[in-house]
Design a protein around this ligand. Structure first.
Ligand SMILES: [Ca+2]
Ligand SMILES: [Ca+2]
Length: 489
């Protein structure tokens, strides 16, 4: 009898596991909407991601919760907004935050549910999970990538910009030596060895097109220099911005457009970013082929996302750290069992929605403590209505509210921006001071998060705070001189 009960339990658990879909979770770093299916750049070539989008549901209007690696990834993986946790900078990692020490993350949920889980490349921000905490997140930690540096720096930049990541060009000579190739290899090896008796959750985080933007020559050959299309820039675009907009990216290693133009590096950077995107896309293709070879692709959900976007000259800057479309708009694709095929969804959605969506798709209990909303209705019918906007936060008190047609930004000092995305997709004309928009601004402002935590202890790198009593804005511990122009370089 005991023997029978044992086999019954074994049979039922096998049945349960057999029904649960596997997950292939693919992250991209600093990838804006320059992806074929999103149309953010007219020349970009991403055939593998486009093919994935064609066999699933592509979200055309998905936005990150923070325009920076650690806070964006911390938000996605905890299911909580930056404004609810106070994680805004490149440090600390989530397990150093008192409120989050016991919080069950997205990867942990799968590990605890008996999935065979592994991570390759960059899923959590590098170094944010200490070695002793790693096994509680994923069973296995694979290669993080890594590639040799070019013998000399390729980009020509002024000495003030000597950050090692600020470089781009043809490197390394062979695809196999590039970091993303090694990360794909690591994920492919994991897929080849997944246990047959368990569902799997394989997470693969590519590093490109994050700077340094290096890719082998053949990827540059896809984008001939003489026909390269540069992003549209309005030379006086910043004239209608509140001063506080400058403070969000006050001093950064990422060069301003003026510097790139002076050094003749704008075209090379745009070309390198596109080349890196195509190379990364080819590695997505390798991993998807490996999934097919497992014979389990039909029962595997593929989720592909990027942690935030990147400016390549728009608003006269490069980099992230803004609340504009170029920083917040990201690729997001779901494909697999139960998901509409060849579907494009134009509803505004958030990276926060990935966690509750995966719980629903994998028949796991819903959680009341997560702040996103399951995308299940849109994954079944891309036209299904959705009531929420997308909210992006960058440091305490600075929020963007993105609906299908509008973007409203409010900074910590109360200053505002408003863009009509249908009429002005480049966000060139700030309508916030137009009296005709008062009611619209008020309606959008209702979505600003009610919880607005200060940065957690240990916060550092790209932290901006505002002192309402004195009106002082403080960038990385230094009071900003409000009469100074945005620092160049
Ligand atoms: Ca990033
Ligand atoms: Ca403007």
């Amino acid at each position: 009898m005991i023997r029978f009960a044992f086999f019954l339990v074994l049979f039922l658990s096998t049945l349960l596991h057999a029904e649960r879909p596997n997950v292939l979770f693919i992250a991209i770093d600093d990838q804006n909407d320059w992806i074929g299916y999103l149309g953010g750049h007219p020349q970009v070539k991403t055939p593998n991601i486009d093919a994935l989008a064609a066999r699933g549901t592509a979200f055309m209007n998905a936005h990150c919760q923070a325009p920076l690696c650690n806070p964006s990834r911390s938000s996605l993986l905890t299911g909580l907004r930056p404004s609810s946790t106070g994680v805004y900078g490149l440090a600390p990692g989530i397990r150093e935050v008192e409120q989050l020490k016991q919080h069950v993350t997205l990867p942990q949920t799968f590990t605890q549910a008996g999935y065979a889980t592994s991570t390759h490349g960059k899923i959590y921000h590098d170094g944010s999970i200490r070695p002793r905490d790693q096994k509680a997140e994923f069973n296995e930690w694979g290669s993080r990538g890594g590639q040799p540096k070019p013998p000399v720096r390729i980009a020509k930049l002024p000495p003030e910009l000597n950050h090692p990541a600020m470089d781009w060009g043809v490197w390394p000579p062979k695809d196999e030596d590039a970091s993303d190739w090694k990360i794909a290899d690591s994920a492919i090896a994991a897929l080849e060895h997944v246990p047959a008796d368990k569902p799997f959750f394989v997470a693969c985080g590519f590093r490109l097109p994050h700077v340094p933007c290096y890719a082998p020559q053949k990827w540059f050959d896809l984008y001939p220099d003489d026909s390269l299309v540069l992003p549209k820039v309005k030379e006086d675009d910043r004239a209608d911005l509140p001063k506080f907009a400058d403070f969000l990216h006050w001093r950064l290693p990422e060069p301003r457009l003026k510097t790139l133009r002076e050094m003749n590096e704008w075209r090379p950077l745009v070309r390198a970013y596109l080349s890196c995107t195509s190379f990364m896309d080819s590695q997505v293709g390798r991993v998807l082929s490996a999934l097919e070879k497992t014979g389990r692709a039909d029962n595997t959900l593929v989720v592909l996302w990027s942690d935030h976007g990147w400016h390549l000259g728009e608003k006269l800057i490069t980099g992230k750290n803004t609340l504009w479309e170029r920083s917040t708009h990201v690729p997001l694709v779901f494909a697999g069992p139960g998901i509409a095929k060849a579907a494009k969804c134009s509803r505004t959605v958030e990276l926060l929605d990935i966690f509750p969506s995966l719980l629903a798709l994998c028949q796991m209990p819903a959680r009341t403590d997560l702040e996103g909303h399951s995308l299940l209705p849109q994954l079944q019918d891309p036209n299904a209505p959705r009531e929420w906007p997308a909210i992006t936060t960058h440091n305490q008190g600075n929020h963007a509210i993105r609906t299908e047609d509008w973007r409203y930004i409010r900074y910590a000092d109360g200053s505002e921006e408003l863009y009509d995305l249908k009429a002005d997709s480049n966000e060139w004309i700030n309508l916030a001071k137009d009296p005709a928009q008062t009611a619209r601004k008020a309606a959008l402002a209702k979505w600003i998060p009610k919880v607005d935590k200060p940065p957690v202890p240990g916060s550092k790198d790209r932290i901006l705070t505002y002192e309402p009593r004195t009106g002082e804005a403080i960038w990385e511990d230094k009071v900003i001189d409000k009469t100074a122009p945005l620092p160049e370089f």
